[in-house]
Design a protein around this ligand. Sequence first.
Ligand SMILES: [Zn+2]
Length: 483
Amino acid sequence: MSSDKFYITTTLPYVNGLPHLGHTLEFVQADVIARFMKQSGKEVFFNTGTDEHGLKMYEKAQEEGISTQEYVDKNAAKFIEFCDVLNIKYTRFIRTTDEDHIKAAQKFWEASLKNGDIYKKQYEGLYCVGCEEFKTEKDLVDGKCPNHNREPIKHSEENYFFKFSKFQDALLKIYKENSEFIKPSSKLKEMISFVSGGLEDFSISRRKENLPWGIPVPNDSEQVMYVWFDALVNYVTTVGYGENEEEFKKWWPVVQLCGPDNTRFQSAMWQAMLMSAGIEPSKQILVHGMILAEDGTKMSKSLGNVISPFDLIEKYGVEPLRYYLVAGLPTYSDGAFSYEQLEAKYKADLQNNFGNLLNRLITLAKKNSTKFDNKEVTIGFRATVDTHTIEFKTQMFEFNLYEAFEQIIKLTDFGNKYITEQEPWNKTKSPEEVYETLNNLNYLLERAIDAYKPLIQDACTRAEDALTKLENIILFPNLEDKE
Ligand SMILES: [Zn+2]
């Protein structure tokens, strides 16, 4: 990937349910970064999609009495629709049942096999049917799977394994040579410690009779791929791996987003698989925080404290939600979701600060028939504005979203203090003084609008339009007035 290209991806949600708030956070974060990069002049590839294989899909489809393909089509459609509603502007929405992905996964497998990293072995162990995986004694609580509260069965199977253990040194080298490889640094430390502790080869296939819905293992009609060489490979499929080398070279390596539960898969297992297939590691792994319930506990169905993103969009609209997720919650640590804070943040930053400043300027500029000219912005004022916008960009290029938008809140705050101090409405002010104040503020607001665009595009488009036409608008209506 050359410096004028930028490739970013989310993880692919498993489509056995509806999108939850964690997906929402990840989609929005990725979308904001992608839009910002595009606005900064880069050519951007933004990948997202759905993970659609596995026994659960097959079983759910059976329950509903439809074909597995129909079942996954139906569920993938919900995620696509959700992205539309959320205003997620992806380049490709990949589905792991897509034909090019199936081919790419098989090519990737063959590359790894050729390098001697895939082997078959008889495996006997305790198997939880619910988890579709083998358990070790230490995974069990009172002899039962804690996820399913049932005893695993003794099960013996011949499967393919991936030589994960071989990549210990190579992984540690990546982590140690690039301290930014995983963000935040606490997650990098976690991975160094995990990999240093020794790696166990993991199983990457199942017998077809046990897993009827999956990608066939090349040259073995009795086996299908289990999770890893299927799901993770989408990040290379989507940019042409195995099909269009030139396109692939153009985009790779990737910046990947994932949640804390996914850190090990993305930054250790997947990276080892890439090296095995002879592909350069990802560029960076960004591990966002978890959204907790208001009291700081984990959201869970059993506790009944799960907040649905659909309900939030219904209640507040898309942009207030996008704003809160990115500018109101920490980017890399866990944050508690609070309705009160969402509303307060919207009111303080957007209504009272940004929106209010815009309307104050429009009212006065209209009255004074001001013609704005950025060449005439005063030097000191411009320097203050630019300090904030430069810091905004620096933070954005480092993917520190919360810190970046903090700068824009400071910027509009500065604008409101400035207008209050300058009193351009005061009759004792000369026309030159009034012009200077309003013209300066126009410069400030243009920068704020630019910065906010990747996050709240609709509001910014309307703000821009209002400023050009000098027409007062209610940019951010009261949330309770929302229909
Ligand atoms: Zn289980």
